[in-house]
Ligand binder design. Structure first.
Ligand SMILES: [Zn+2]
Length: 260
């Protein structure tokens, strides 16, 4: 078991149990309740009387601190069974509900989860919002499961702000692990489209700035003739979809054309 290369600071806590007793198949993100730096999060867990720690902390500027090696069990989630199998991450947040986290912290959390999954041989991060189902679930060998502190103690952690985004977090991390981020898929679809010719019989077919009636008019019309469409998209106001003119003039509703 290795540690993340994304760390920018290390402050090992004495509050831990050496050598976790279960392989890593969970990630438990927490809210720190304070917009603390990575250094301050590290300092929170230095005193043995605190009896608490986390594997990683994410400071308010998105920097990551290592507090407990991944091979060791942190004391973070009020649950020995969970912390023996989870990588725990304390994230800088607001001090009051819903314990909002800023973009730098959230994006850093996405990156750290991707890294943890990769190094531990996982291709999917799962979020099962139902506590009973989630805790009963046995992740497959390539699956990582998100768990939350509020399932193990009477706490709001990780706060409603992050809790309501855990589905999105799981999806983003899984997309990055599979290398098929949504934007990549869209680009591929566009580039494999073949151009085709259409016949326009109406004199005044309007040209729009985008694929849908929600886009503005360019003020131009096609006129009667044959045109080449280089891209086709679904969009509002045309059951047949929208076509982008090769000329670069804009988009026309394919409801009013005949494909040749
Ligand atoms: Zn917590």
């Amino acid at each position: 078991m290795s540690n993340s290369k994304l760390i920018s600071y290390t402050k090992i806590s004495p509050n831990k149990t050496k050598s976790r007793k279960h392989s890593i198949d969970r990630i438990t993100p927490h809210c720190v309740v304070g917009q603390l730096s990575a250094e301050s999060i590290g300092n929170c867990f230095v005193s043995p009387t605190r009896k608490a720690s986390c594997n990683y902390g994410i400071g308010t500027d998105g920097r990551v601190v290592l507090c407990v090696d991944e091979k060791d069990r942190s004391w973070c989630s009020s649950n020995s069974a969970n912390d023996n199998r989870a990588v725990t991450i304390e994230c800088a947040s607001d001090k009051t509900a819903p314990y909002e986290m800023n973009n730098k912290v959230y994006n850093s959390l996405v990156g750290l989860c991707v890294d943890i999954c990769r190094r531990n041989g996982k291709t999917k991060l799962l979020w099962i919002p139902d506590k009973e189902k989630a805790l009963k679930y046995s992740p497959k060998s390539d699956e990582m499961l998100i768990t939350v502190h509020r399932w193990f103690a009477n706490k709001a952690c990780p706060g409603d702000w992050l809790y309501s985004r855990l589905g999105k977090l799981a999806q983003q991390v899984t997309d990055q692990l599979s290398g098929s981020a949504v934007s990549d898929v869209t680009e591929k679809e566009e580039s494999t489209q073949k151009a085709f010719k259409v016949k326009v019989s109406t004199k005044q077919l309007r040209i729009r700035k985008g694929p849908g009636t929600n886009y503005g008019l360019t003020g131009a019309y096609t006129g009667v003739g044959t045109f080449t469409i280089v891209e086709k998209r679904a969009g509002s106001g045309s059951a047949a979809g929208w076509g982008r003119l090769q000329s670069g003039a804009g988009w026309i509703a394919l409801d009013y054309v005949t494909e040749l």
